[in-house]
Ligand binder design. Structure first.
Ligand SMILES: [Zn+2]
Length: 144
């Protein structure tokens, strides 16, 4: 790797005073690397550094990205059900007839709230795990 840095030359560097990446003039070199630079903006001299201190950044390496969508649903779930009277939750059944914003109690998914009526026999319910599509008004079990 070849670089053309030399004292007196310009270089993009992090200014510790301006707290910005700005063009600096190289004041002193150590071997092939700039050691000391002068900010062209504030004329302050400081040690050369390319970026703000990375120590503060490397700490957080939590891979929480893929759960973001789920978390959004969960937050909505919590806010929708906060203050709601869960004792009025209707037992879910495929033969049931539910309305928007109705609180339902599903044997497997738990407490949920009806987000929307997709079709007369299909509803979208938000559970703690996220939204799910469920059937309603299904009478085909008994009649054809
Ligand atoms: Zn500066």
């Amino acid at each position: 790797m070849i670089n053309n840095y030399s004292a007196g030359g310009d270089i993009e560097a992090w200014c510790t005073k301006c707290k910005l990446e700005l063009s600096h003039t190289i004041v002193a070199m150590v071997e092939d690397s700039p050691k000391k630079v002068k900010c062209n903006t504030c004329n302050g001299q400081h040690n050369y550094r390319l970026k703000p201190s990375e120590k503060t950044r490397t700490k957080s390496k939590n891979p929480a990205r893929k759960t973001k969508l789920q978390k959004t649903s969960y937050n909505e779930y919590v806010s929708r059900l906060t203050g709601a009277d869960l004792s009025i939750a209707k037992k879910y059944s495929i033969k049931g007839n539910f309305e928007q914003d109705e609180i339902i109690d599903h044997s497997k998914f738990g407490i949920g709230i009806v987000l929307s009526i997709i079709q007369s026999n299909k509803i979208k319910i938000l559970f703690e795990d996220g939204p799910k599509l469920l059937i309603q008004n299904n009478e085909s079990g008994t009649a054809g």
